[in-house]
Ligand binder design. Structure first.
Ligand SMILES: [Zn+2]
Ligand SMILES: [Zn+2]
Ligand SMILES: [Zn+2]
Ligand SMILES: [Zn+2]
Length: 754
């Protein structure tokens, strides 16, 4: 990318201010503005080097400004990329040609003659790839970008072919007529070929046999709608919920009606959201859809969009970010904080900042509405999210200050934001670098604990453990959702988050009764992390001690303990391994762990016999895996069966390591075609997966996917299994739909779900 990162400077400045002790003065500054002004004025000498914060930041920015040219349009580079694309196209390398033309389209200046040609060329590749819809769109853009009249006939023929291939005969006829009307405009040398092509199309249209094929893509999916209609006072949530406030929980969401499991209860557009830099070249910068073909910003080569609509929607913020996106996006969450202000505008920010809100629940406006629908109501909700600045480590506070100064300076140097936001008299209000930076800081302090990660589904393999396709979630963007931010955390939430483009869609994962609090999981979940890990993570990022059910009730700690459980050598009850993280625990002789029995409460070192048995199981397991790799399946099955037999005397059946051994055996059985026995092993795994992760968990759904694939093969020779197979498929469908929404099907091609 740009080759210069901001983080090393921020780290170096922080290091110098910590070493010289100057950082402690930061904590004495009370307001954000005081902190920013303090940082701007700091000059220290460390290791005989004089360090002036403001100068250092300006120097870095100047170096970054020098790189701006690498992010602006270039006719010459656009031409080069287009020519490369044409070469690849002739060699029938469609994918490469597509990438080259896309690059050319991003590089070409808005008025350039290369742009319509690259678009038209890309449409030819797309037609070849049978992506007719995208091809048609490119041709439309090409025509809109002054495609040469002398070549227009080529696009007419291609458009007609696209509609014909899509089976849209009505449209194909319309274009055919346009083709006929165009004949007299076709250059002489191309006329013969053109007439043959048009005659051929005419024939094909007349002979066309209609088929009823339908395409399902993400666009065909509807954005979900709220269960029971939208709440009138708190926007984006169901009527069945309301917001309350008290000393114990602060602002929080409670149910006022019964809501069934699987209901859509929040459907919220973010106030602001930023695409993560690693997806800049592959995803729409407005709605975060993954793109096959990109529609570029007309001013820079960094921002791409789905179409004109998404490009237009980016105007409020991209008009300022255009050309300096590479600088702004190098400071992570601070960029989102700045984005909030660019969308809001300075005047509205000042208005809300000065507004008197006594007697109302924070975030509610004149009309008694929270978060919408007008910009002023939405920003008020954002502005009143709790900032957690003073709970952050002093080093972090300093880094946020420095990042805010860096961004505010770049905006001041390179954009009209400050000029445009002066008041009517032409005087600057209080808008300058320190004031802008302090406003950015306030939002950073809120985002630290209120920002949401937007995730997207992707197909994935399961890491060699099975051949079955799975779905994974990747993080594509960071966003702020002021209504969803009103939910408190629980390690055992009663809702789950999913995304439709940038829209947050929340479903209930259990039946909710009137009076129940609606709680979200901020990250640490009781099925996936131990109590200790969760408490630590929540303290660090969210500054509170969790008192949810799994964090306080002993029965949860008991089940947690069984993830690494052994039979107690004293009483035969369940004992838990307290040592290193490997649930295989006792495998290494020189480790430091002990076993704590939950029944007789004895704490003891594992006996030599236990250590020996574990290492036996471990080596049998490894040999079994090796045999699978070599294709020696009968040996693999017998080694792994042996491991299970020996292991079942010492490991609790729900021990995570022991379940992995069982899973490997299932794979060996499946590979050797013994589907019936394989299903038996997987049933065992399923039982304990459900026990640990719960009946609605993604982990269980993935295990069911494996099971269904084997079951399908077993059912082919044993008709009695058909009912079971149908039930399993339904179960998979239900769990994935609950967790991810209906769009999950696009990401799995396996027959298991069809
Ligand atoms: Zn888009
Ligand atoms: Zn741009
Ligand atoms: Zn908890
Ligand atoms: Zn015991």
């Amino acid at each position: 990318m740009n080759g210069i990162s901001c983080q090393p400077l921020l780290d170096r400045l922080t290091f110098a201010l910590v070493k010289t002790g100057v950082i402690s003065d930061l904590s004495k500054r009370k307001t954000e503005l005081e902190k920013i002004k303090f940082c701007l004025g700091v000059e220290v000498t460390y290791s005989d080097v004089k360090i002036n914060v403001q100068e250092e930041i300006q120097n870095l920015l100047d170096a970054l400004y020098d790189k701006c040219e690498d992010h602006s349009k270039s006719e010459a580079l656009a031409m080069k990329a287009k020519n490369q694309g044409s070469k690849a196209y002739l060699k029938k390398k469609d994918k490469e040609a597509l990438n080259c033309f896309s690059e050319s389209i991003c590089l070409a200046p808005a008025e350039s003659s290369v742009l319509p040609l690259a678009l038209a060329n890309r449409s030819a590749v797309l037609y070849q790839m049978r992506r007719y819809k995208e091809a048609l769109q490119d041709m439309e853009w090409a025509e809109g970008a002054c495609y040469p009249a002398a070549l227009r006939h080529k696009l007419l023929v291609r458009r007609c072919r696209c509609y014909l291939s899509m089976g849209d005969i009505k449209k194909a006829r319309e274009v055919l007529e346009a083709c006929n009307n165009h004949i007299h405009l076709v250059p002489l040398e191309a006329k013969d070929k053109y007439e043959t092509e048009v005659a051929d199309l005419k024939q094909k249209i007349e002979n066309h046999v209609p088929t009823s094929s339908t395409i399902t893509s993400q666009e065909n999916l509807q954005q979900p709608s709220l269960y029971g209609g939208e709440n009138e006072t708190v926007k984006y949530i169901t009527n069945a919920f309301e917001m309350k406030e008290n000393d114990k929980y602060g602002r929080h969401i409670v149910a006022v009606e019964d809501v069934m499991k699987g209901s859509e209860v929040f459907v919220e557009k973010p106030y602001a959201a930023i695409l993560l830099p690693e997806h800049h070249k592959t995803h729409c910068h407005t709605c975060f859809s993954r793109l096959l073909t990109s529609f570029p910003c007309s001013g820079c080569r960094d921002a791409i969009f789905c179409n004109e609509e998404c490009r237009r929607a980016s105007r409020p913020w991209h008009q300022y970010e255009c050309g300096i996106l590479h600088i702004l996006s190098s400071v992570g969450i601070a960029h989102l904080a700045l984005r909030i202000l660019l969308i809001t505008g300075w005047k509205l920010h000042c208005y809300i900042r000065e507004e008197v809100v006594e007697g109302k629940v924070a975030g509610f406006g004149e009309k008694g509405v929270y978060n919408g629908p007008d910009l002023i109501d939405r920003y008020r909700a954002v502005f009143h999210l709790l900032p957690h600045f003073n709970s952050c480590l002093l080093e972090d506070q300093l880094q946020y200050c420095l990042a805010a100064i860096l961004l505010a300076t770049a905006i001041s140097d390179k954009t009209n934001f400050i000029k445009e936001n002066m008041d009517e008299n032409g005087e600057k209000t209080d808008l300058d670098v320190p004031h802008l930076a302090s406003a950015v800081m306030r939002h950073i302090a809120q985002l630290v604990s209120n920002a949401h990660a937007i995730t997207q589904l992707m197909p994935s393999d399961s890491g060699g453990h099975s051949r079955v396709e799975q779905i994974k979630q990747i993080r594509v963007a960071s966003a702020i959702y002021p209504t969803a931010s009103m939910m408190n955390h629980s390690c055992k939430p009663n809702i789950i988050n999913s995304f439709y483009k940038d829209v947050l869609v929340i479903r209930t994962t259990e039946d909710i009764k009137p009076g129940d609090q609606v709680s979200n999981c901020y990250g640490p979940h009781y099925c996936r992390q131990t109590r200790e890990e969760r408490q630590e993570a929540l303290k660090q990022q969210y500054f509170f001690t969790c008192k949810c059910e799994p964090c306080t009730q002993p029965k949860y700690m008991k089940s947690e303990a069984s993830w690494s459980g052994f039979y107690c050598e004293n009483c035969g009850g369940a004992s838990s391994w307290m040592g290193n993280e490997d649930p295989g625990g006792c495998n290494t002789e020189n480790n430091e762990g002990v076993l704590l029995c939950l029944q007789c409460h004895r704490v003891q070192r594992p006996s030599a016999h236990l250590v020996y048995t574990c290492s036996r199981v471990n080596s049998l397991h490894e040999s079994g895996e090796e045999a699978i790799r070599k294709g020696n399946l009968p040996d693999a099955v017998s080694l792994l069966r042996n491991a299970i037999q020996i292991g079942s005397k010492v490991y609790l059946p729900e021990n995570q390591y022991f379940l992995r051994v069982r899973d490997t055996l299932a794979r060996a059985l499946a590979d050797s075609g013994d589907y019936e026995n394989c299903t038996l092993e997987l049933q065992e795994c399923l039982q304990f997966m459900e026990q640990r992760y719960g009946p609605e968990s993604i982990e269980l759904a993935h295990e069911f996917l494996k099971y269904s694939e084997v079951l399908e093969l077993a059912a082919a020779v044993n008709d009695k299994l058909q009912d079971e197979l149908r039930m399993v498929k339904k179960r998979i469908n239900d769990i994935f739909t609950l967790n991810y929404g209906p769009q999950w099907k696009i990401y799995l091609s396996t027959s298991a779900v069809k």
